[in-house]
Ligand binder design. Sequence first.
Ligand SMILES: NC(=O)CC[C@H](N)C(=O)O
Length: 366
Amino acid sequence: MMNRSLILETGDVFNGTAFGSTKASEGEVVFTTGMTGYQETLSDPSYCGQIVTMTYPLIGNYGINRDDFESIEPAIKGMVVRELANTPSNFRCDATLNELFVLKDIPGIEGIDTRKLTRIIRELGSVKGLLSAAGEEVNVEEVVAKLKNTTFRTDQVDQVSTKSPYPSPGRGKRVVLVDFGMKHGILRELNKRDCDVIVVPYNTTAEQIMAIYPDGIMLSNGPGNPKDVPEAITMLQNLIGKIPIFGICLGHQLFALASGGDTFKLKFGHRGSNHPVKDLETGRTDITSQNHGYSVDPESLKGTRLKVTHIALNDGTVEGLKHLDVPAFTVQYHPEASPGPEDSNHLFDRFIELMHTNVKGEKQHA
Ligand SMILES: NC(=O)CC[C@H](N)C(=O)O
């Protein structure tokens, strides 16, 4: 058992015990409130560049299994837990969380006051932090000075998006899935509905996408600030109105930017699997899985052809949009339900339905 510290740019220091990799790591420190779902969280590429604090106090108790990964290579910078379970118990368990973190070279810290840390993030907003190398003494003043001067990379989408296109064949509707750092759950939901999916890199042009003759375009989730991928905004501007579109999370934010709206950074974001979202058209509330630090500014939508369809019940922020003239809709949360709940899984059926309609709203052949 080796010591490890988490040092924040605010000067706060949390001393705990290292698990996983022995290396040091820097990142934006955020928190997530999911009581379960740590495997999906650690492998969600939207966390690229971030150190994730789990507010639920016992993490790792059902281990890691081969099925629940949201990506092949986890992109998180580290994990912070109150208590790490080292003797997991579950029929699907293939490894412990610690074993996975060693294998994937990800540092973790356990045994710190995660409630205190979460309060700091809630009060000050997401902060920069460093997980020290295991067993190493650190000079806090030096680390704080360095963190204050650090600007994190802005190429996270480029780090996690596929480098070349690939198919995931089916016999149904042809969907081009733009990979901004896709959670595998999105692909799974499309495959489940027999879609013929072609996954393409984030910097594919509209012309290249049209040359695949898609019935629909799915915009994935992804890390970082949506304004850091201007090429995707241009691509979307050339696609909206031509092909039905469904966007999730980063895809939703990019859709808003491409339509003339604006996005801003939330103070501490929405991360967890228990976020209530209201559908303003039906009045129905879904409990949703979320992981985002940015949000669409509702004021910026005045004068655009977008309508707010969903709002977060916790803070009233925009959670869903639809285009008033053409078949395109997006959500800020995760209907692929990884980790659950599955309340909003029906949105994938709505997308399939939309693909049976042409852009003028007429029914298409099956
Ligand atoms: N899960 C996502 O796609 C997140 C979108 C974006 N990176 C944000 O933090 O808001």
